[in-house]
Design a protein around this ligand. Structure first.
Ligand SMILES: Nc1ncnc2c1ncn2[C@@H]1O[C@H](COP(=O)(O)OP(=O)(O)O)[C@@H](O)[C@H]1O
Ligand SMILES: [Mg+2]
Length: 236
């Protein structure tokens, strides 16, 4: 990928609700440490986080910044409260947002180790997460937009990815065509901040929802698959 021009620090402020003083310092710190050379530009502005592309030597990487202020804090707290890996978390806004970034890092790492196709996490620093960019010349598109050319193969690969997560004791928790990228006709699962372990009391409910979403998508692209069939395959 060609080297891209990075944004001057003054321009970060344009993304008002992302860059408070604290967050600015963390991004600056990633630059001083040599993790990234600078931010290139925003890729997506979601409910909890803004995703940027960044230059890192010859590579383009992803910097996902969880907003400290305008996030749905109650929702975030609700989702992480039951995760057995974060037993001591209380209702402190900042700590919850930091834990959220840390949790996505840990989930991506665990998924990677299990051999699932997810972006490789690089590092995390408070509310900032750095990971590999999925794509070639530019970021791969969401499955929602980039429908598979060979649905049968794509869905069977996606089921294999789901099975790997399940075997590793992970439940994605927000699995849908919005959080799966179509990279050269192969599924790459992203957005694992909500992912939890199978011993989370809510894990069953999240898994059931993930399975329902993917069964519906499969049917939509012409691959007949019931919720029961998919569940059996994921847990096989
Ligand atoms: N590693 C990645 N490689 C390429 N694109 C990515 C990557 N991570 C995120 N994106 C892009 O940014 C969007 C938002 O990222 P996501 O992790 O889903 O955050 P959100 O919580 O805002 O949904 C994704 O839909 C995708 O288009
Ligand atoms: Mg998402």
């Amino acid at each position: 990928m060609p080297r891209m021009a990075t944004m001057p620090r003054e321009e970060w402020k344009t993304f008002g609700s992302v860059f408070d003083r604290f967050t600015e310092k963390q991004v600056q710190s990633l630059i001083s440490k040599g993790v990234i050379d600078g931010l290139i530009g925003p890729l997506s502005m979601g409910k909890e986080a803004t995703v940027f592309t960044a230059q890192a030597g010859e590579k383009t990487v992803i910097v996902k910044i969880y907003r400290l202020s305008t996030c749905d804090f109650n929702k975030m707290y609700g989702f992480i409260r039951t995760d057995p890996r974060f037993p001591k978390l209380n209702r402190q806004r900042r700590k919850v947002v930091f834990a959220w970034a840390q949790r996505e890092f840990r989930n991506l790492l665990k998924a990677r180790e299990a051999g699932a196709r997810v972006p490789t996490p690089i590092t995390h620093l408070f509310n900032v997460l750095v990971m590999d960019l999925v794509g070639g010349e530019s970021a791969a598109q969401k499955l929602k937009i980039a429908l598979p050319t060979h649905p049968e193969e794509f869905i069977s690969d996606l089921i294999a990815q789901m099975r790997k997560l399940y075997k590793a004791g992970l439940v994605h928790g927000d699995l849908s065509p919005f959080n799966i990228l179509n990279h050269d006709e192969k599924p790459v699962i992203i957005d694992m901040s909500q992912s939890t372990t199978l011993d989370d009391p809510n894990a069953k409910e999240y898994l059931a929802r993930d399975i329902k979403n993917i069964a519906a998508f499969a049917t939509k692209v012409g691959v007949a698959l019931t919720v029961e069939e998919l569940e059996k395959k994921v847990k096989a």
